[in-house]
Design a protein around this ligand. Sequence first.
Ligand code: SAH
Length: 215
Amino acid sequence: MEDTYRHKGLRRKLVESLRSKGIHDDKVLAAMDVVPRHFFLDSAFADLAYEDKALPIECEQTISQPYTVAFQTQLLEIKKRERVLEIGTGSGYQAAILGAMGARVFTVERQEHLFHQTRKLLQEMGFTNVRCYFRDGTKGLKEFAPYDKIIVTAGAVKVPRELLDQLKVNGLMVIPVGRRFQKMKRIIKKSEEEYVEENWGDFRFVPFVEGVEPE
Ligand code: SAH
């Protein structure tokens, strides 16, 4: 796969359109400017990679719309070397954006096929700070907890208790909650028992499903 001047130009335009839609965090925009989104798609969709659209990936899942990736990442307020848990690796694009921002990323996927494919891609792209796991993300990833930040990229019916437990005090979790449509929630952990919940508008995600799907 190649990252040509044409791709870079399309990416620059996408970043400008995200800025005009209200994404203001320069670190998020810079990461989206460097990560080639077309690497994360089947070649049949490569031409659409720099449209602001969600697109199909394997296992009937989707790569989130660039605006959604930018919006969730902006809410996370990522700082270099923070430990970030992502639930729903999918194509790996969101994990790559977090990796490009210098976070230490732990990403979990329930579809074994996607897990293998994406782990290989992220390795080939040189993301040594992104580690992939084949797990049921409703249980988080306890062995590397606690995390500074947690991001869920599938629509959850409720916020899993185990994810809250794996967040550091003063940590942030961004999670879309709801059945058909989801409200984007940002949860701030004030102490072991105290949480503040903010609402950041309506989105649509593939469902957060319990259990794993072996190949
Ligand atoms: N962040 C991804 C979005 C992929 S769509 C990207 O940038 O491409 C959401 C993903 O969440 C799907 O791949 C789906 O299989 C996964 N998922 C759903 N429920 C899950 C669970 N309980 N644990 C881990 N992954 C899950």
